[in-house]
Design a protein around this ligand. Structure first.
Ligand code: C2O
Ligand code: CU
Length: 487
């Protein structure tokens, strides 16, 4: 329609039937990148840091004069960035002003299952949910989003998502850019398709779900950001419901990967592209020179063995994402560290349990998500190896709640640099097998489960998800709360 024509992308939009979208040169980077506000917090009498989030319906003007129906937290689209420090007690007052039930999941967080915001923690319209927990993990870029049973894709698509930054002393001692929105920039990448009325079109779907032909960053269409320092830290979050990106720059420059889903690496890894599937994060340092313009781009990711399948699932697209406009005079960050944090490597010899998960069709191990069924029972503090098999010639990914894992092997190969840090979500190349090692937390609850699932949200909604409980040694799994029972 008129809207797509104005953006010069209509030719691509009609191409979903298998054509490859290429927006290079077609994106008019003329809108300043929105920076999600930092969430305000108060300190309660008991010392807890308290945040307020309200989910509500509204409209957002992504294109001049066009109101798109959207949902957001404390605003019309996305939500504020929460920041908390290791050791702090955090409480969030979540109010649901939507006409739909929702939940809020703290993706990547170590916390009791009851606070985790999975599908059992339903917040009815008009209700208030007040999870609280202690931040007991290292500095990282986490995020939050809804997780209602069979409704996650639509609610995230509408705009419910936000970043959750964790800080600690080890990270604070490093000479890294950390001025939020200035040299430490949240980059929440979400593809969308607009219909002729300027509304989100989620009816155009591939096997992995809704596929967009345009990219929003922090809710900004055609974004540019002014860079004023010689090194800038980007916190990349693939907040899309389905699409996988391979982020790099238009001139092929190298950047330093400093952090993955669950925290910083032991040392920066230099690379020219990083693949992020839905839900994954990366912190990167980009070096710039005065007066230049450089564009963050998604190149066609290497999706594995099945090129035609990859094309069908929009994996072969090239998308321009965000223009960095570098000032003529730059503040110097100084030398950035060559060593980052002491990253504990989990040892396969410590693993006491092996489990296997095969993703196929819309199920895991031939079972579809069942709210009343506990699929796996894990003992608190146990180190386990989870072998995850993508049995299909099509992409999936795998996310585990309440824990961060490390990758031991992909098939018979060692993991690449981008998969050497703490991860909670991993892309599964078609036909490949991933050995993941993880040590579970100590928050036991025999009844209340955590989730593991494909984070391509249409697959999650379709049942490609299972539930595990963490119990005291020797304890048996109990009975999950009945559906739609909030804490
Ligand atoms: Cu980010 Cu179970 O999800
Ligand atoms: Cu999947």
């Amino acid at each position: 329609g008129a809207v797509a024509l104005a953006l010069g992308l209509s030719a691509c939009a009609s191409d979903q039937g298998g054509g490859i979208i290429n927006t290079v040169g077609a994106v008019d980077f003329s809108t300043p990148l929105a920076i999600p506000p930092l969430a305000e917090s108060t300190i309660a009498a008991n010392g807890d840091r308290v945040f307020d989030l309200t989910a509500d319906e509204s409209t957002t003007e992504f294109m001049p004069g066009v109101d798109t129906d959207t949902w957001g937290y404390n605003g019309s689209f996305l939500g504020p960035t929460l920041v908390a420090k290791q050791g702090e007690n955090v409480q969030v007052n979540v109010t649901n002003d939507l006409d739909a039930v929702t939940t809020v999941h703290w993706h990547g967080m170590h916390l009791p299952a009851e606070m985790d915001g999975g599908p059992h923690s339903v917040i009815e319209p008009g209700a208030l949910w007040q999870p609280e927990w202690t931040i007991d993990q290292p500095a990282a870029t986490l995020w939050y989003h809804p997780h209602p049973h069979q409704e996650s894709e639509g609610q995230v698509e509408k705009g419910l998502a936000g970043m959750f930054i964790l800080q600690d002393d080890e990270e604070a001692a490093l000479n890294l850019p950390r001025t939020y929105g200035v040299d430490d920039i949240p980059v929440i990448v979400q593809d969308r398709r607009f219909d002729s009325d300027g509304q989100f079109d989620i009816g155009t779907r591939g096997y992995i779900g809704a596929i967009g032909d345009e990219v929003l960053v922090n809710g900004t269409l055609g974004p540019y950001v002014d860079v004023t320092t010689d090194v800038v830290r980007l916190r990349l979050l693939n907040g899309s419901t389905a699409r996988t990106y391979d982020f790099g720059f238009d001139d092929g420059r190298e950047f330093d990967l400093i952090g993955t889903d669950g925290g910083l690496l032991d040392a920066p890894a230099t690379m020219d592209g990083i693949r992020l599937s839905a839900g994954e994060r990366a912190e990167v340092l980009v070096r710039v020179t005065p007066g230049e313009t450089v564009t963050l781009r998604s190149n066609p990711p290497d999706l594995g063995t099945s090129a035609s399948a990859a094309e069908r699932n929009a994996g072969a697209d090239t998308l321009d994402v965000l223009e960095l406009r570098v000032a003529d005079t730059l503040t110097s960050i100084g030398d950035t560290p060559t060593a980052l944090v002491d990253l504990e490597r989990l040892d396969a010899d410590d693993a006491t349990v092996d489990r296997s998960f095969t993703l196929n069709g819309t199920s895991i191990n031939n079972r579809q998500m069942e709210l009343s069924r506990i699929d796996e029972t894990v003992e608190a503090g146990a180190t386990e190896i989870w072998t995850v098999d993508n049995a299909m010639p099509l992409p999936h990914n795998f996310h585990v709640h309440g824990v961060q894992f490390q990758v031991l092997r992909i098939g018979t190969d060692q993991p690449p640099a981008e998969l050497l840090g703490w991860k909670d979500t991993i892309y599964l190349e078609p036909g490949k097998r991933y050995e993941l090692i993880m040590r579970f937390n100590a928050y036991t609850d025999a009844d209340f489960p955590y989730m593991y699932h494909c984070h391509m949200l249409a697959h999650e909604d379709d049942g490609m998800m299972g539930q595990f409980v963490v119990v005291e040694p020797g304890e048996r799994a109990g009975t999950p709360p009945t559906a739609h029972q909030a804490k």
